[in-house]
Design a protein around this ligand. Structure first.
Ligand SMILES: [Cu+2]
Length: 291
């Protein structure tokens, strides 16, 4: 076999680097592996954090792959007749390869906490009883839409004029289609009707598990008009692949017009009376044989 195995192992860092570069320079198609363009200004730091972690792990991945190749190539037993020398570790090297990763990981942990707090903890607030935003009595912004994951679709609902969910004026949305106005901070509520799902809109960098029996609150701002992908990022059953939806970011007036269309559709769905049915005894009379 000669150098076969060392060359095979060389393929790992080479192919890994090639895939990374292909993903970086391809914006569409099967080779476009990285994130689409970010349209959410509240999640810009997620991209930076992703790039830092990817660069660090990429360097370690390539260096480890090359080191494995080099050692296999140089010390392959078939053509290396020199007797092996046994060593019992090197405390100085071990110390450094423990200290350096520890410093890097602690620095990442400290930096990511701010990003985590922005997207998970610091929920948008609105003015409280005094009507002034930024004072001590501010209250959390209520969710203005709800997405319910169920096998295998997304059910959408919007708050009505009272801006609250779970009230009689809620507006039923189209299945698998979430609309939102651009340039507006949106707070949403995520629920699951059955099993674990994960609601993911890559263009917003918004990804959150939906856990049965709980309500998850998420927030974002879409700044670019367009239609983007919604996917389920949690294997949730045989039809998981069908959980594809559309996220539409549109100007506020178009969004209001869309809500109005939904309201009208809902009104028709609820109040169009069923065609009159003959009473049961009348049917019986009608069916009686006539002489
Ligand atoms: Cu799912």
């Amino acid at each position: 076999m000669g150098k076969f195995w060392s060359l095979l192992f060389l393929c790992v860092p080479v192919l890994g680097t090639a895939m990374y570069l292909a993903g970086m320079y391809t914006s569409s198609g099967p080779l476009a592996m990285w994130f689409p363009e970010n349209i959410n200004p509240m999640a810009e730091e997620i991209d930076l954090l992703h790039d830092i972690i990817l660069a660090l792990s990429g360097v370690v991945f390539v260096a480890t792959g090359l080191a494995i190749f080099l050692f296999m190539w140089c010390y392959e037993c078939g053509c290396n007749k020199q007797l092996a020398k046994f060593v019992h570790g090197n405390h100085r090297v071990e110390l450094w390869w423990t200290i350096i990763p520890t410093i890097v990981l602690v620095a990442l942990a400290v930096y990511q906490f701010k990003v985590y707090a922005d997207v998970r903890i610091n929920r948008p607030m609105m003015a409280g009883a005094d009507g002034v935003k930024g004072t001590a009595d501010d209250v959390p912004e209520p969710a203005s839409f709800e997405v319910m994951g169920r096998q295998f679709e997304w059910r959408i609902r919007y708050a009505g004029e009272d801006r609250l969910l779970d009230t009689p004026d809620d507006i039923l949305g189209d299945v698998n289609e979430l609309h939102c106005p651009t340039g507006t901070v949106m707070v949403g509520s995520l629920k699951s009707a059955d099993v674990l799902h994960s609601f993911f809109i890559p263009a917003l960098r918004l990804k959150n598990d939906m856990i049965p029996g709980t309500r998850q609150i998420v927030w974002f701002q879409a700044d670019k008009i367009g239609s983007y992908e919604i996917v389920c990022a949690e294997l949730c059953g045989w039809g998981h692949y069908k959980m594809k939806g559309r996220f539409v970011a549109e100007p506020p007036d178009q969004f209001q017009a869309y809500l109005q269309r939904l309201r009208e559709k809902q009104f028709l769905r609820e109040y169009v009376p069923a065609p009159p049915q003959p009473a049961t005894d009348q049917v019986a009379l009608d069916n009686q044989p006539t002489n």
